[in-house]
Design a protein around this ligand. Structure first.
Ligand code: MTE
Ligand code: MO
Length: 363
């Protein structure tokens, strides 16, 4: 395995402590499954160092017979499952929102996203082994809270998801990514993977799972990753009134050519990704003239991977001059993206999902 320093050198680093970094978009678009060392890293505290042999996961709470599992127990007691899924930060594409008005948080470009084969065990299987009855409580108000080994502002990282999502077949306790053990920065030895939900709900470096009748009271759940309207500010925000970000919205980005690229006039290949949380992408429109005319891109999506992104590609004939390339996607509910970032601007810069624009110079 390469060193963390070597892997850092491959990425665009927004911060070293906590460590936050994303890949350049052209490299992100190179492979449908993002290699682990090219996968964005979003961390809120220092990376914990965990000895896999000593690692334990505890499961407790309402309706639960407590479990205390080693990594070997987890592998031996539950069937292995692999899910191809995209992970995306709620702050992906925040840089575009920052162009409207200042927002807090790192200025992510479109690279706070990646897709992998996640291998582990189903969280639902573990919860059932702890006595959570199959099919029961799905519509009740139970929540599955997670606690991790990293520390954020003096407290362990903690979030929760509704029980119905926790027992859904796609939700995993993963120990491998693309067939290899998780890298330390991606949650070694075990992380949750909650496909379709914002990355914040997929805790890394897991320590404890609790079934309870209320969402996690950890500030990461109770205060952070909440969506507010444009008129709310950091001073006026009441976290209890914000929307808890779970399912991710429809989004799309141009990965190639890069912003500011100098191109020769004529046929140009434009490539990117699109994703719609838990829905399918049905169409991707691309414009070479700032959104006045649109052309339909060819879609590439892997069968049997409903939580994975769609790649798209199109060849446009670009005349010389300064050109604004634009993309917008459509999902299986017939919805499309907002045209401008000011329509959904919020002071935290979350869910930046308006038409992605890339200006290039064609000579
Ligand atoms: N324990 C822990 N889990 C965490 C985080 C964290 O800081 N600590 N960050 C979350 C956020 S906001 C995102 S977007 C994803 C990023 O996962 P990655 O770094 O493997 O890409 O992890 C989530 N899980
Ligand atoms: Mo995130």
């Amino acid at each position: 395995m390469s060193s963390l320093t070597e892997r850092m050198a491959r990425l665009i680093v927004h911060g070293e402590r906590p460590y936050n970094a994303e890949p350049p978009l052209t490299r992100l678009r190179a492979r449908y499954r993002t290699p682990a060392e090219d996968f964005y890293v979003r961390s809120h505290g220092d990376l914990p160092e965990i000895d896999a042999a000593a690692w334990r996961l505890s499961v407790d709470g309402a309706h639960v017979g407590p479990l205390d599992l080693s990594l070997a127990d987890l592998r031996a007691r539950f069937p292995e499952a692999t899910v191809t899924a995209t992970m995306q930060c709620a702050g992906n594409r925040r840089a575009d929102m920052r162009a409207v008005a200042p927002v807090s948080g790192d200025p992510w470009d479109g690279g706070a996203i990646g897709t992998a084969d996640w291998t582990g065990v189903r969280l639902g299987d573990v919860l059932r082994a702890a006595g959570v009855a199959p099919g029961a409580n799905l519509h009740s108000d139970l929540h599955v809270a997670f606690e991790s080994q990293d520390v954020v502002e003096g407290r362990p990282y903690g979030v929760s998801i509704p029980l119905a999502k926790a027992v859904a077949g796609e939700t995993l306790l993963a120990f491998a990514m693309n067939g290899a053990s998780l890298l330390p920065e991606h949650g070694f030895p075990v992380r949750a993977v909650v496909p379709g939900f914002a990355g914040v709900r997929s805790p890394k470096w897991l320590k404890r799972i609790t079934v309870q009748d209320h969402p996690s009271t950890n500030p990461m759940q109770a205060d952070d990753y909440k969506l507010f309207p444009p008129d709310v500010t950091a001073e006026t925000a009441n976290p209890a009134k914000g929307h808890t970000i779970e399912t991710m919205p429809l989004n799309a980005a141009i990965c190639e050519p890069a912003r500011g690229a100098r191109l020769k006039a004529g046929e140009t290949t434009i490539r990117g990704y699109a994703i719609a949380g838990d829905r399918a992408i049905v169409r991707v429109d691309v414009s070479g003239d700032g959104g006045r005319s649109w052309h339909q891109a060819t879609l590439e999506h892997e069968a049997g991977a409903p939580f994975a992104w769609t790649f798209w590609e199109i060849v446009l004939d670009l005349p010389s001059g300064e050109r604004d390339l634009v993309v917008r996607a459509w999902d299986s509910a017939g919805q499309t993206q907002p045209a401008r970032p000011d329509e959904t601007w919020n002071f935290k810069g979350y869910l930046s999902a308006s038409w992605h624009r890339v200006r290039v110079e064609v000579a």
